[in-house]
Design a protein around this ligand. Structure first.
Ligand SMILES: [Zn+2]
Ligand SMILES: [Zn+2]
Length: 474
């Protein structure tokens, strides 16, 4: 038993001393009892004494094992971390309040970082409402503001507004601060993350320019084409629905905008002013998605109605119907059949015109949300629940997002717009879809990232999200 004692160095000396004392006490105790009770019981008492002494040895070994450092650790490092947690650590300082919505959304993130990076990152929160001097001394202009200090105490970066956990960690990485030192090893798939991307089209889009819808990039059916006259030339759209989407997200003055728009007579292909046409409004038998056919005269519309069904609607009724259902994030007109279904924690039902806009409802409302969105390849359902600006649950767990990107004239990659975003139940489906759509460009991202991208937007950016400036051809 003694041969297995792990004591070494200074601890071995202390252990031996304690052991010696205990054995001496036992011997003295036993000797005292023996003198009182007589010599006849001496051998039995000595046996008890040996057992007591051995038990004391075992106790010392156990005490030494528990108190002493485990083999291979640096005792001085452990002591420094306990007594001076701030020394030499990078520091994240969040200046906010306990009442503002984005500040409140930061709180669980700060808690998580504090726990997960204990001993590697110092995380601090200062309530500037309770402590206005702190806000002044850091010269912040809005809350929440996060300030990144390196281990030497030098400010390296600051960010205003909500900042997701993913973005905070990415920023530390970008700043060259390694927070992973000493971290438990992660499962390979968790650290690798989604990797697929395609920034150049796999196949050039060889369609003639006037056959491509300005808004959705879909094919223009000559029977339903819509034309919008602008100072820079005509804008062509695939049909009345894309016109209403465009109209719903215009930032320019919309007064008399309708006068610039013509629709195609479905029967004879001639152009008709938008507000003067009669509209045959039907529904796709399988999906229930609305179908719209425009006619110069009611007679032709009636003839088509008898053949294919539906209702004939005047312009203003059609407009009201089309603009009634909107994206809960960007306000675009949307058909529920094309949209992600979103329910907020307080029970409000709305839509996301694309998967990413659906996540944006959490940013716009500041509420936890539940998103039901279909895989763009197979139509399988993906359900995302958020809590305080992070993904709380994802079904199926393998789901990923496609972040559609296109190259802007200045060479930078920007969002390719709502029609080019999507969720998939897994990486394979996304890659298959990318194969089937060789002109799409973008990258695969995690659902967490899709949410984080929206959560970091300021209220001003949310207000401008997905909007179209002065209507002009591409
Ligand atoms: Zn279109
Ligand atoms: Zn939207």
């Amino acid at each position: 038993m003694l041969a297995q004692c792990p004591c070494s160095g200074g601890n071995a000396g202390a252990g031996a001393l304690v052991l010696f004392g205990l054995v001496a006490c036992a011997v003295w105790l036993v000797y005292g009892i023996a003198r009182k009770d007589g010599v006849s019981r001496m051998s039995k008492i000595w046996k008890i004494a040996i057992v007591v002494a051995l038990a004391a040895v075992v106790a010392v070994v156990i005490i030494n094992k528990q108190m002493g450092p485990s083999p291979g650790t640096d005792a001085t490092e452990g002591a420094a971390q306990v007594s001076q947690p701030a020394a030499g650590l990078p520091r994240l300082l969040d200046l906010g309040s306990v009442s503002c919505i984005p500040c409140k959304m930061m709180a669980p993130i700060l808690e998580e970082l504090k726990k997960e990076y204990a001993g590697r990152l110092q995380v601090e929160f200062v309530d500037v409402m309770a402590n206005p001097d702190a806000g002044r001394s850091y010269q912040i202009s809005l809350i929440p503001t996060q300030i990144f200090f390196d281990a030497s105490g030098k400010e390296r970066f600051r960010h205003e507004g909500f900042f997701s956990k993913e973005d905070i960690l990415a920023k530390w990485k970008e700043l060259g601060v390694d927070l992973s030192a000493g971290a438990p090893a992660q499962a390979p798939q968790a650290s690798a993350g989604p990797t697929f991307s395609r920034l150049e089209p796999a196949k050039a889009d060889d369609r003639p320019k006037d056959a491509i819808c300005h808004l959705c990039d879909g094919d223009i059916d000559p029977k339903t084409a819509v034309t919008v006259k602008t100072a820079k030339g005509d804008v062509r759209l695939c049909g009345p629905h894309c016109y209403f989407i465009m109209y719903s997200c215009l930032t320019e003055d919309k007064t008399d905008f309708e006068k610039k728009v013509s629709v195609t007579d479905w029967a004879d292909g001639k152009m008709v002013p938008l507000t003067e046409a009669a509209y045959l409004y039907g529904a796709d038998e399988k999906t229930g998605r609305p179908t719209i056919k425009a006619f110069a005269g009611r007679e032709a519309a009636e003839k088509e109605r008898q053949a294919s069904g539906g209702n004939i609607l005047a312009w203003n009724v059609l407009q009201e119907k089309e603009l009634a259902t909107r994206c809960g994030f960007c306000d675009r007109a949307v058909y529920p059949q094309d949209a992600a279904r979103v329910v907020t924690a307080d029970g409000v039902h709305t839509w996301g015109c694309c998967s990413h806009c659906a996540m944006g409802v959490a940013a716009r409302t500041g509420k936890d949300i539940e998103v039901h969105e279909r895989d763009r390849l197979t139509g399988e359902m993906i359900v995302v629940k958020t809590a305080s600006g992070s993904v709380a649950s994802l079904e199926p767990k393998t789901a990923v997002a496609w972040f559609g990107l296109r190259k802007a004239p200045d060479g930078k990659f920007v969002s390719a717009g709502c029609f080019h975003q999507g969720f998939f139940v897994n990486e394979d489906n996304l890659k298959k879809w990318a194969d089937e759509n060789p002109t799409e460009t973008g990258k695969m991202i995690s659902i967490d990232q899709a949410l984080a991208d929206k959560m970091k937007l300021t209220p001003q950016q949310i207000q401008k999200a997905c909007k179209i400036g002065e209507c002009a051809p591409k």
